[in-house]
Design a protein around this ligand. Structure first.
Ligand code: NI
Length: 189
């Protein structure tokens, strides 16, 4: 396993639409090694998800994992490690929820991003088998953030009120839910 270098905003790979994988490719040693590296990279940087374009691979692959015991996301529940290939997203509830998002590819910034609160994801797992998950609330935002990476989008593209884009230090001081008493949540992938 190896920790991969993270592409930062401005690198063209983050703006490309990732190529789909065949089930046979997913099972190949190359992709299995990439999956292991992405997991190790996510853990190294304390992310809760990472998408292949963030490690300079323009393919439809992402991993997501977070843990209730994390001090960064204490009230957000658990999500066991999931490997997601070729995801298709369907919005089940368009009601918007807003979370303050961050991203390993957009370091030192946070932005308030409105997204639908409930989605269905159809995808292939790490063995190439079809799977489906319905994600609500925080998990729905996590999925949409990661899947955006596979479509060449970043969270900053989704910010509707650009005054809600901030450096982390100023965010913590002036804008965070703890400071403003709002019901907005936080996410950094
Ligand atoms: Ni991200």
């Amino acid at each position: 396993m190896a920790i991969r270098k993270i592409a930062r905003m401005g690198h063209p790979v983050l703006r490309q639409v990732g190529r789909e994988l065949t089930p046979k490719e997913i099972k190949s040693p190359e992709i299995q090694r990439l999956i292991e590296d992405m997991i190790e990279t996510m853990h190294e940087y304390s992310g809760i998800g990472i998408a292949a374009p963030q490690v300079h691979e323009s393919i439809q692959l992402a991993v997501i994992e977070f843990d209730e015991d994390s001090d960064r996301y204490p009230d957000m529940g658990d999500q066991e490690l999931m490997v997601i290939c070729n995801p298709k997203i369907t919005v089940l509830d368009e009601t918007e929820q807003s979370f303050w998002e961050g991203c390993l590819s957009v370091p030192d910034l946070r932005g308030l991003v409105p997204r639908p609160r409930k989605v269905q994801i159809d995808y292939l797992d790490e063995t190439g088998s079809p799977k489906q998950i319905i994600a609500e609330d925080f998990l729905a935002t996590v999925f949409q953030h990661e899947l955006d990476h596979l479509a060449g989008k970043l969270f900053v593209d989704r910010i509707r009120d650009i005054t809600k884009l901030s450096f982390i230090e100023e965010y913590q001081r002036y804008l965070s839910p703890a400071q403003t008493d709002s019901d907005e949540g936080e996410l950094e992938d």
